[in-house]
Design a protein around this ligand. Structure first.
Ligand SMILES: NC(=O)c1ccc[n+]([C@@H]2O[C@H](COP(=O)([O-])OP(=O)(O)OC[C@H]3O[C@@H](n4cnc5c(N)ncnc54)[C@H](O)[C@@H]3O)[C@@H](O)[C@H]2O)c1
Length: 296
């Protein structure tokens, strides 16, 4: 077993959902937590909850789109706790909107999605990894990508393209750390559907990235399906437990669901056989991605 007691974890997007659940799970293992989020009251609430149960945590307001902000987060973590052992690049957003072909998405959606879902991860790597390497301790880095980063097709291209890039960047991180013989482990978390507030991401869209034509509304049918899917999806606490186990085992690929395996295989087979792909709908696949215990 790796020794987590007294280690320091910095988690972005820790004010809600999976980040919040990881913060609690890691605190339970004796880690000290920097609860980082663009939503400061949410970060303060999570941090206070950890302290109230005997843990050690501080809140920090960060916009992961800003390299300066993420650098300030790293400075704060090292100043306050003296080390950083675990980094979770977890903050993410899904621009809302009905199903559309790729050419209809506004540039503001592209920019926001790539700023948070890709550059947030890159900023985290640039600000933390060199200092974690210099520290020389047995650390761990988690990227929260998505199953949308490893399957393909027409759905959610703005989100999926950014998550695909985050997958590739995290594979490069894993390879580079291995090349230099670093003891730092890496986990690439690719969740299927999880019951969080991700479906309400628009709450965090910056005003300068509001599309000129307004944020595209979901069709009522799609909204009803999505509401129902998210309600019956697995819990963020279940995912946090999986992440903790993956850290223990130094497991790199962590897919929370096997419902997408066939789709991943179809794509890989088409690529290797040089045949045209036959993509499956992510929405249809997600309908099977529910936790039976929670829906019972
Ligand atoms: N919920 C799912 O079904 C699902 C599936 C696959 C991947 N993911 C990914 O999981 C991660 C966590 O999301 P979640 O599902 O817990 O959703 P969530 O909305 O509950 O939590 C996301 C957190 O990120 C924060 N955040 C948003 N923009 C930020 C920014 N610019 N800087 C700092 N913090 C910011 C939000 O305030 C929020 O607290 C995201 O990367 C998301 O893309 C979610």
């Amino acid at each position: 077993m790796r020794n987590w007691k007294g280690k320091v974890a910095v988690i972005t997007g820790a004010g809600s959902g999976m980040g919040e659940a990881m913060a609690h799970r890691f605190a339970k293992a004796g880690m000290r937590i920097v609860v980082a989020d663009i939503d400061l009251p949410a970060a303060e609430r999570v941090s206070a909850d950890i302290v109230a149960t005997g843990g050690d945590a501080i809140p920090f307001k960060v916009d992961v789109c800003s390299e300066d902000n993420v650098q300030a987060l790293a400075d704060k973590a090292w100043d306050h706790f003296g080390s950083v052992d675990v980094l979770c690049n977890n903050a993410g957003v899904v621009p809302s909107g009905r199903y559309r072909p790729i050419w209809e998405f506004p540039l503001e959606d592209w920019k926001w999605s790539f700023d948070v879902n890709l550059m947030g991860v890159v900023h985290g790597m640039r600000s933390f990894i060199p200092r974690m390497i210099a520290q020389g301790t047995d650390g761990h880095v988690v990227t929260t990508a998505s199953v949308a980063g490893v399957v393909s097709g027409a759905g959610s291209p703005v989100y999926s393209a950014a998550k695909t890039a985050a997958v590739r960047a995290t594979e490069a991180l894993y390879a580079s750390l291995k090349d230099i013989g670093s003891p730092i482990g890496v986990t690439l978390l690719c969740p299927g559907l999880v019951n969080t507030n991700i479906y309400r991401s628009e709450r965090n869209r910056p005003s300068e990235l509001q599309p000129a034509a307004g944020v595209a509304e979901e069709t009522p049918e799609l909204k009803a399906i999505a509401d129902n899917l998210y309600r019956s999806a697995i819990s963020p606490e279940t995912v946090a437990e999986m992440v903790f186990e993956a850290m223990e085992k130094r497991q790199f690929y962590l897919l929370t669901s096997d419902k997408f395996d066939h789709s991943i295989k179809l794509r890989s087979d088409a690529l290797l056989s040089r045949t045209n792909p036959n993509f499956e709908s992510l929405l249809e696949l997600s309908k099977g991605d529910v936790d039976e215990q929670e829906t019972a």
